[in-house]
Design a protein around this ligand. Structure first.
Ligand code: HEM
Length: 120
């Protein structure tokens, strides 16, 4: 039952909790992470793809995920160039088009095992 005494107790409990929350820096969950551990996770872009044209092809056909085929070829070249430039594989001002894109050498290019080399 909700008695006045209980109401006062609840109100003071809430006040105490609010005061505690505002003075505490964190909720004291988890534990601090050191720089070395952060560096391990600091990988925002993968670089596995063997051919630069695969990036163009993937974005052109599948991205953005919720609206595939909505970008113009020019936009797809620009996005591909952005990803390549962020990965320091091309310069920030390099022009990407049908001629220049296939010439970009991907770092992982020689690490693929070609099962049927004679068919290439
Ligand atoms: C124009 C904006 C976008 C670009 C340029 C883009 C680009 C890419 C690229 C290059 C990949 C392949 C990454 C890799 O395998 O290493 C990828 C994968 C993916 N993206 Fe996007 N993306 C865009 C927007 C989005 C959005 C808005 C979503 C979600 C709503 C999304 C969801 C995904 C998912 C789920 C994958 C993995 C697909 C798979 O492996 O089959 N992307 N995206």
């Amino acid at each position: 039952m909700f008695t006045p005494r209980r109401a006062i107790f609840s109100a003071s409990l809430l006040l105490a909790m609010a005061a505690g929350a505002s003075s505490a820096e964190t909720p004291h969950l988890g534990k601090p992470i050191d720089e070395a551990a952060i560096a391990y996770w600091d990988i925002s872009i993968k670089n596995f793809i063997g051919d630069s044209t695969t990036i163009f092809d993937f974005i052109r056909r599948a991205m953005p995920f919720q609206a595939p085929r909505s970008l113009s070829d020019n936009e797809v070249y620009a996005l591909t160039a952005y990803i390549l430039a962020e990965n320091k594989l091309i310069g920030a001002n390099d022009v990407m088009n049908a001629e220049t894109l296939p010439k970009v050498k991907m770092p992982n290019r020689d690490n693929f095992i070609i099962r049927f080399p004679d068919r290439i």
